[in-house]
Design a protein around this ligand. Structure first.
Ligand code: SPQ
Length: 425
């Protein structure tokens, strides 16, 4: 994909469904009784991997343009797949499904692509095995492929060392099969879609401060779900609208759950012209239309409890910082190193190649904004968020930017380049 400077971005767009919520809707629909319908489901490669995994375990899932229908078979209705489950590039699929598979009465192996199979899995193996699960790393390196032998699950409390929704969700989902309540306390609250959606499926889930507790249900009941637009996908156009001169973009029906809305707070702190309207609620998930206009921005400090609320947006926030006056510091974000790529290194190295004043730190980066960027050719290590981030940088840089592996945007935003083109017309 080749990108050059764009004059201005204008228009109103809808944003594809939230990836985190789409995954969970398939998983919970599969282990609920009856039918779950899902509208605005994200047809990205990661969520399609989740569908394939549950189909391999005997769940009928109908996919049409308008609606995905999951014919759930209840908490104990999954059947042993006849092959290794292929989780593709998706950390969410791997970690959440491991929680569910821990409590089944069959054994399974799961594996993904090269990037997925190098991401840390001990963070879920440790608490799940402490609950009675039997999960081993096939190559004994703490990574997938994972072998999971179905086991009896005990009630458990986990003090998680990391603010991670995937760790929290893995433990809570195994807890559905426990012999008593299971709780997780996090250092900072991570996204709470698992808690909210389990509640809507009829499960007793209680949240107090940084602790979430699940009480094992007798059954779960299929639901009708409307997936909000993904704020992590909207983030590229939020930033594009703010840094591209002469722009105004409205994004309809975007999820603004307060465990995900850190990017809005950061934009406000940097002086952005960003407004929210038409605030609504879908199954406990708040949504709004977000409008941004080209803005004069200044640097800020991003760290602490804010980090889990914008962890996936930090690459595009780094680009925002390049167009802000003064210094932006991103700290407490060491989790960026264990995503689809090492997002600290990949961001800083390539921003510097484009002419930015950016340095990597142990737990984040420091950027001094205001230096003009120039186009380069970038290998994004097949990380969808890096590809979209440098595309937005590319339309605000001199010369030509080439995204070598641009197709990786299919993981979370297959129509990203069409939408960018539409806004630039
Ligand atoms: O699913 P995957 O590959 O881990 O995707 C990412 C992403 O950028 O899309 C992370 F690389 O999102 C995670 C997110 O970082 C999705 C997620 C979830 O749905 O529970 C939670 C976050 O990860 P974590 O480890 O902080 O819980």
């Amino acid at each position: 994909m080749k990108l050059t400077r764009t004059k201005g971005l204008h228009g109103t767009i809808s944003i594809p469904g939230d990836k985190s919520i789409s995954h969970r809707s398939i998983m919970f629909g599969s282990i609920a009784e009856g039918t779950t319908t899902i509208r605005n489901f994200l047809m990205g490669a990661d969520c399609l991997a989740t569908i394939d995994c549950f189909r391999s375990m005997g769940i009928a899932i109908d996919v049409s343009d308008e609606v995905v229908t999951v014919h759930g078979k209840g908490l104990h209705g999954l059947t042993k797949p006849d092959k290794t489950l292929d989780v593709g590039n998706s950390g969410t699929t791997t970690r959440l499904i491991s929680g569910i598979l821990s409590g089944q009465d069959f054994d399974v192996t799961l594996s993904g692509d090269e990037s997925l199979n190098s991401r840390p899995m001990k963070r879920i193996m440790t608490p799940l095995n402490a609950m009675g699960a039997n999960i081993t790393s096939v190559h004994n390196n703490g990574c997938a492929p994972l072998s999971i032998k179905g086991s009896k699950i005990k009630a458990f409390h986990y003090d998680s060392p990391v603010a991670s929704a995937q760790v929290k969700s893995a433990v809570l989902l195994a807890g559905l099969y426990g012999d008593g309540p299971t709780s997780v306390t996090e250092p900072a609250v991570s996204r709470n879609h698992t808690e909210l959606m389990l509640q809507s499926f009829g499960v007793d889930v209680r949240c107090e401060g940084k602790t979430a507790t699940v009480y094992p249900p007798e059954t779960m009941t299929g639901q009708d779900i409307v997936v909000p637009g993904d704020i992590s996908s909207a983030a590229y156009f939020i930033v594009a609208g703010l840094i591209t001169p002469d722009s105004q973009i409205t994004m309809k029906h975007v999820g603004i759950n307060q465990t995900r809305d850190g990017i809005i707070k950061v934009c406000q702190a940097m002086g952005a012209d960003i407004t929210l309207s038409n605030v609504q609620d879908d199954n406990g998930e708040p949504t709004a239309d977000i409008t941004v206009k080209s803005s004069k921005l200044h640097g800020t400090v991003i760290g602490g409890d804010l980090i889990p609320t914008l962890i996936d947006e930090l690459p595009i926030i780094a680009v925002l910082a390049c167009f802000a006056e003064g210094e932006t510091v991103i700290k407490n974000a060491e989790e960026l190193k264990v995503k689809e790529s090492n997002r600290i290194d990949l961001m800083v190295n390539n921003l510097v190649r484009m002419g930015a004043d950016a340095i990597a730190t142990e737990d984040g980066m420091i950027i001094h904004g205001g230096k003009p960027l120039h186009g380069i050719s970038i290998n994004c290590k097949y990380d969808h968020r890096i590809a979209m981030t440098f595309s937005i940088a590319g339309i605000n840089a001199d010369g030509e930017t080439v995204i070598e592996d641009a197709q990786c945007v299919d993981v979370s935003y297959p129509t990203f380049y069409d939408t960018l083109k539409q806004l630039a017309q």
